[in-house]
Design a binder for this molecule. Sequence first.
Ligand SMILES: NC(=O)C1=CN([C@@H]2O[C@H](COP(=O)(O)OP(=O)(O)OC[C@H]3O[C@@H](n4cnc5c(N)ncnc54)[C@H](O)[C@@H]3O)[C@@H](O)[C@H]2O)C=CC1
Ligand SMILES: O=C1[C@@H](O)[C@H](O)[C@@H](O)[C@H](O)[C@H]1O
Length: 339
Amino acid sequence: MTSQQALGIAVVGTGKMGADHVRRIHQVVSGARVTAVVDIEAERARTLADGIEGCTAYTEPAAAMAAQDVDAVLLASPGPAHEAALLEALGRDLPVLCEKPLTPDAASALRVLEAEQRLGHRRVQVGFMRRYDAEYMELRRLLAREDLGRTLMLHHRHRNPAMPAGFTEEMLINDSVVHETDVTRWLLDQEITAVTVHKPAATSYAPAGMNDPQLVLFETEAGALVDVEIFGHCGYGYQVQAEAVCERGVVRIDGEQGPRLTAAGRWGGCVTPDYLERFADAYDREVQAWADATRRGETTGPTVWDGYAAAAVCEAGVLSQREGRRVEVELIERPAFYR
Ligand SMILES: NC(=O)C1=CN([C@@H]2O[C@H](COP(=O)(O)OP(=O)(O)OC[C@H]3O[C@@H](n4cnc5c(N)ncnc54)[C@H](O)[C@@H]3O)[C@@H](O)[C@H]2O)C=CC1
Ligand SMILES: O=C1[C@@H](O)[C@H](O)[C@@H](O)[C@H](O)[C@H]1O
């Protein structure tokens, strides 16, 4: 690829998120095009490729990564499939935007961390897209202001209308709360040191075996307490909110920028139905930033260290969820490579 040419991207996994990223790269992002789509469901990939000029469908990630017209990889297969594809891409020195979670557990995340360090330069950006959301960026800017003082507590609320088939109780932590894990570390610039999961009375609308909602408590290295309400089947829409309690003020974000209608004796607005609508701008900004950095020969954004730290916190969370006790987070010492 020359600096004039569009970046050729292979999108691996063409389900809900992958198909939306294909549309985004095709219609929104500049300087990039989709040259390959990969899915173990051959028909799904072929149908998508048929609608894009110069796009080839594959069923094997390695075959797409070997293609001449593939310069970079956007990984949107399920979390447990990420490690193999990441190791393949790193083996070929290809830049990757990897949807969250990096991997679902700490041991596999560590193997990716080691592979990138062996390569000697960063190649992976993790898809923690809330870092590209206008409200979260403003919240972070405000928390860095000296007049608000230290942040003492964070309250997060994360509500989904329903979860897809196959979504497990563990995934409430390592697929959903992984977002709060990352934004907490990013907003406070601190590691999370312990996790306790509490289970209130469960909604009757969740599948059997899933205690939903849950309340997750993080402790951080500077002593902040952070609570996360994760509700997978709230029924009414998609809501992500955060409130930071600082020494000299409180900052709240709620994603409710839409119009408020007052009429006929009622007032109110709309709740977004899904994350694709709530975080549309953040996904656009994230993928554009990745494409731009990749064309400059750089890797920016959330690192494999961020992905590993989030996986370690989630692993502690899943253990707390199972055993009903506080679990300390075990992290290796941060390598100089990621400082
Ligand atoms: N950043 C965000 O807000 C969101 C991120 N995600 C993440 O995106 C990823 C994909 O999630 P969804 O699109 O919801 O899942 P999905 O189940 O809708 O799609 C996954 C696709 O990957 C394919 N696939 C499975 N194993 C594969 C493999 N080894 N190689 C190639 N293709 C494979 C499946 O056939 C399916 O078409 C996950 O990592 C998920 O956590 C999902 C939703 C929102
Ligand atoms: O990443 C996402 C999904 O995979 C996850 O299942 C949802 O809970 C999150 O809100 C969404 O952003």
